[in-house]
Design a protein. Structure first.
Length: 275
C-alpha cells in the first residue's frame, strides 16, 4: 500500500513523468525519508522549500516559520489548478532568479530538483547564498546525469524540450559541489539512490533489486538521484595578541630625506655688541 504522500496529486509531476510512475514514486519516497532524517534537528526561525508540494521536506522540522513557495517552473501547475478548481499549497510565488527576502534572513532552504528546472541555476544558487544567514544550511536534490535515470531523462528532453520542465539541463554532482565551494558553502552530507533502470513497471524494476544492493558499494556516484546538504561559511576576523601587535613596525618611523639648502642648518651665534 502506498503512503498518503505518494498518492498526492503532485506525486508524478511532468518533469518526472518521462521516467515512469515507479521512478517518480521511488524518488519522492527516498527524498521524503532523507528530509525527515536530516532536517528534524536543524534549528532556526525561518525555513523555505522551493516547489514540489508533494515533498513535505519541512514536516519534521520545528522552526516556527516554514513556507512552501512556487516559482516560474511551477506555472503549469498553477494553470492546471485553476482549471480543476484546486489550488496548490504555495504560500507565495516568485522568480527563482530574484528572491523577495532580504540578505541573511533565512536559516534553511530546501531545493528539491529546483536548480535543474530553473531558467538560470547560477542566479538561483547565488540568491540562496544571499538570503541564508551565516551557518545557514541548504538541502539540494537533483537527477544525476551519470545514471540510467538521468540518461533517459535527457534523451526524452532532447526529443521534446518544450514538454518537460527541464530548463537549464541536469547538473552533475561534482559540478554542483564546485558551485557550492565557489560561493563559500561547505558540503556536509552527500548521498545517492536509484541504480535500477528507469522502467514503467514496478514489477520489472524489482527484478533489478540486486543493483540497489551493489550500487552503494561499487558505484555510488552512478545513482539516479543525489542529495547534498551544505552549510554557508563566512570567514570571521582574527585577533592578534599584544606581543604580535607591537612587533608590527609603523611606517611613520621611516627616515624622510631633507631638501638641500645653502643656509646652515646648525645653531648660529648672534654677533656680540662692541661698546
Amino acid at each position: 500500500m502506498k503512503s498518503p504522500i505518494i498518492e498526492s496529486k503532485y506525486s508524478d509531476p511532468s518533469w518526472l513523468s518521462h521516467l515512469g510512475s515507479p521512478v517518480a514514486d521511488r524518488v519522492l519516497a527516498w527524498e521524503q525519508t532523507q528530509a525527515d532524517a536530516l532536517l528534524g534537528d536543524v534549528f532556526g526561525y525561518h525555513a523555505l522549500q522551493i516547489g514540489w508540494p508533494a515533498l513535505q521536506s519541512l514536516r519534521s522540522n520545528r522552526m516556527p516559520h516554514r513556507w512552501t513557495v512556487g516559482t516560474e517552473f511551477e506555472t503549469h501547475r498553477l494553470s492546471d489548478a485553476h482549471q480543476t478548481a484546486t489550488i496548490p499549497d504555495f504560500d507565495v510565488c516568485f522568480d527563482s532568479r530574484a528572491w523577495p527576502w532580504s540578505a541573511d534572513s533565512l536559516d534553511l532552504v530546501v531545493l528539491p530538483h529546483a536548480l535543474e528546472r530553473s531558467a538560470d541555476p547560477h542566479a538561483c544558487l547565488r540568491e540562496v547564498e544571499r538570503v541564508l544567514i551565516p551557518e545557514g544550511q541548504v538541502l539540494i536534490t537533483g537527477l544525476n546525469p551519470m545514471s540510467f535515470w538521468g540518461w533517459q531523462y535527457e534523451r526524452v528532453h532532447c526529443k521534446t524540450p518544450n514538454a518537460s520542465g527541464l530548463k537549464g539541463g541536469l547538473i552533475g554532482y561534482r559540478r554542483l559541489r564546485d558551485w557550492l565551494r565557489l560561493l563559500g558553502f561547505e558540503v556536509q552530507i552527500s548521498r545517492f539512490a536509484g541504480w535500477t533502470p528507469a522502467l514503467t513497471s514496478e514489477r520489472w524494476m524489482r527484478r533489478f533489486h540486486a543493483l540497489e544492493v551493489l550500487g552503494p558499494r561499487w558505484w555510488p556516484i552512478l545513482g539516479g538521484v543525489y542529495l547534498i546538504l551544505a552549510t554557508k561559511r563566512v570567514p570571521g576576523g582574527r585577533l592578534l595578541d599584544a606581543r604580535r601587535w607591537r612587533a608590527v613596525r609603523s611606517p611613520a618611523v621611516a627616515a624622510v630625506p631633507l631638501a638641500r639648502s645653502d643656509s646652515p642648518i646648525g645653531r648660529q651665534t648672534a654677533p656680540k655688541d662692541i661698546s
